[in-house]
Design a protein around this ligand. Sequence first.
Ligand code: F6R
Length: 261
Amino acid sequence: MEVVITETAAEAATLSADAIEGLLQRRPDAVLGLATGSSPLGVYRDLALRVSHGSSSLARARAFMLDEYVGLPVDHPQRYRNVIDRELVTQVDIDPANVYGPDGNAEDLTAACVAYEEAIAAAGGVDLQIVGIGTDGHIAFNEPGSSLASRTRIKTLTRQTRSDNARFFGDDVGAVPQHCLTQGIATIMDARHVVLLAAGRGKGEAVHQVVEGPISAMWPATALQMHPHVTVIVDLAAASRLQLAAYYKDTYEAKPDWQGF
Ligand code: F6R
């Protein structure tokens, strides 16, 4: 696990966009894994700029979303597919038909989850997965207590997550759906490269746990310690609880140029 501490969240976004741009240069038809929420927004804005300048293209890329609320109307602005369309798909040159998400309105939600796993596998798996982290240590919507071997399935959101996400629903916790479909921890672990982004003091404890805590379903993101290629990119505030922050900074400063992410 590589830990990169940046002065600002904008710098973290640039580094993540650099990793995506590098991947797309090596593999124009790469499969990207997309998170929603506020953490990746800077990355998506940065990618949009690169596409408009012609330095990057997602024209041949495919993408899979991490999760989706269950039961939000198709035109609800906070339905994750709509958020991704607004924040990324319409801002870059990716083909919307190549962007997939779990169907939170499916009649048979269990079958939709199985189909989603099959679609990811049929695409050859995810090359680079962007993830944010919840204040309770969730990645995607794998809340504390999630099986570390889990696959795409329905989950109940914790009160904390619903309260954290109420800001997207006019500060009305009651408007945040209780259920979601989410890639499982094992689904995320199959991605070839995972880039975890976090900003702000509120993420400090979760970042400390994911990097330095014991592996535990109580902090589901800690499963990433078992992944061979994870890059954790956090701003100074999110890094505030890291015990080995000075070591991570020294390591990054001394990183050989050829190594990349
Ligand atoms: C969203 C997702 C969630 C968020 C997490 C952090 O697709 O999978 O795990 O990444 O809740 O949310 P923000 O980035 O809004 O702090």
